[in-house]
Design a protein around this ligand. Sequence first.
Ligand SMILES: [Zn+2]
Ligand SMILES: [Zn+2]
Length: 328
Amino acid sequence: MDLLIFMEHTNVEDNARPLKGWRLTFLHWYKGDADAVVAAVAKDDHQVDWVRMLPFAVLHLSCLGVLWVSWSPVAVGVAFVAYWVRMFAITGFYHRYFSHRTFKTSRAVQFLFAVLGNAAVQRGPLWWAGHHRHHHRHSDVASDVHSPKEHGFWWSHILWITSRPNFPTRLYNVRDLARFPELRFLDRFDTIVPILLAVAMYALGEYCGSRFPESGTSGWQMLVWGFFISTIVLFHGTCTINSLSHLFGRRRFATQDHSRNNIWLALITMGEGWHNNHHYYPGAARQGFYWWEFDPTYYLLKMLSWIGLVRDLRPVPKRVYDQDVSGP
Ligand SMILES: [Zn+2]
Ligand SMILES: [Zn+2]
């Protein structure tokens, strides 16, 4: 069966197709048990699906491998680079581009950063953007998928991802992105890129260890630092915006939700901590609305615009600054 046609027919809205064997197994995983999902959504299921907690548990436990592989400056350095590059792909592209369309770019750059974002092991760009758009429409009310006020800290931080209603991509929210077959492919097969990254990290460590023995690294050490530890820290860093930034910080704008501005969260997420600004006006490429609000994602986007890789960064309108009750 043609792959794209196969993908077209695995949407949540589709009726079950008479597939058998490995195709059925494969379809089930990527379709998220569509019928069960629809039923679960209907009764607003806030249950943890423990089977789907397994990948998270394995990723976390793998970090303990550091007890056996120790560390080296090169492995820790690679972990840092892998953290910041993928954080930028998440903040600049998964969030500010795919979810909010705050600037324009070419199809090639769009795909490149979709792949880098996918490497962060936060699922595909359509899944991410579909849920995030839902969050903005339902912020801190019962139907919000990850409100700490409504559903508690741990639910908002990590558990919501494992629940059945939140497993499938909310395609109805991302019709504009679903036009691109390459994005649908990444979204449907969202474990391919992370696995390739893990293999690449192992190969890099083996290469460094044999070519430069004085580096003191190895394949396993690079895998643990460059993939497992880097990915887990990145994951929790990103998740703080769903949990902590709706709990701690200052409120510049009187939004309907509980979003807050928090410099500490801005530091670890490259500028996403200005969450109250962002909830008040999500349409701007910048989230630090003033020069003193550290927003490196915006600075990098600005630099990319200078070399023509992105364009038309949407500014914060004057009327938004006029609503700032705290003043500049
Ligand atoms: Zn929020
Ligand atoms: Zn947003």
